[in-house]
Design a protein around this ligand. Structure first.
Ligand code: SF4
Length: 175
């Protein structure tokens, strides 16, 4: 009889240890804060920043944390694929410029994309390097030229983006 109690106790212990290890391995706290920012304090949440220079820009920040006088941006996404896309990097890079110029505070040249699975609810984080201010200004200028017909757009390499594009029927009828 005693050995049954021992086996049940051992099994229960293993389950608890596995759950604890899984928890420690989680990259993101339940509130969406990356574990790497455990010592950082929340500075902004869902706040919009507007600037007129070096370019006219309005950017909404999901989360910004302060770690040793440096602002670190976090973008929250719900998507099936645990991937940070280039569009996330562009979005965060624009937020970086908006926050820097609107607040005068230094903002890290890296950021986090926290991706929540719509199926399981699990969260993973991806650390991304941001584009420079010059690159973002150049992108914005190019967009303006494309919109007035002064430059030709390039075809994207991402068929996923094309599938959601309103110009797909004309541009990519093959999809
Ligand atoms: S379908 Fe849309 S996203 Fe894709 S290449 Fe054409 S314009 Fe760009």
């Amino acid at each position: 009889m005693n050995w049954i109690v021992w086996v049940i106790g051992l099994w229960f212990g293993l389950v608890c240890v596995s759950a604890l290890i899984a928890r420690l391995r989680e990259q993101v706290a339940p509130d969406g804060k990356p574990r790497e920012l455990v010592d950082a304090e929340l500075l902004f949440a869902e706040q919009t920043f507007r600037i007129d220079a070096p370019l006219a820009l309005s950017a909404r920040v999901d989360r910004a944390y302060l770690l040793r006088d440096l602002v670190i941006l976090v973008e929250l996404k719900t998507r099936a694929a645990p991937i940070a896309y280039r569009s996330d990097v562009i979005e965060l890079s624009a937020q970086r410029i908006a926050v820097m110029y609107a607040t005068g505070q230094p903002v890290a040249d890296f950021a986090y994309v926290v991706i929540r699975s719509p199926q399981s609810g699990t969260q993973v984080m991806r650390r991304v390097m941001l584009l420079s201010e010059a690159d973002i200004v150049a992108l914005a200028r190019r967009r303006e030229r494309i919109l007035v017909g002064a430059a030709a757009p390039c075809v994207t390499a991402s068929t996923g983006i094309c599938r959601k594009c309103p110009f797909r029927a004309d541009c990519r009828p093959d999809l």
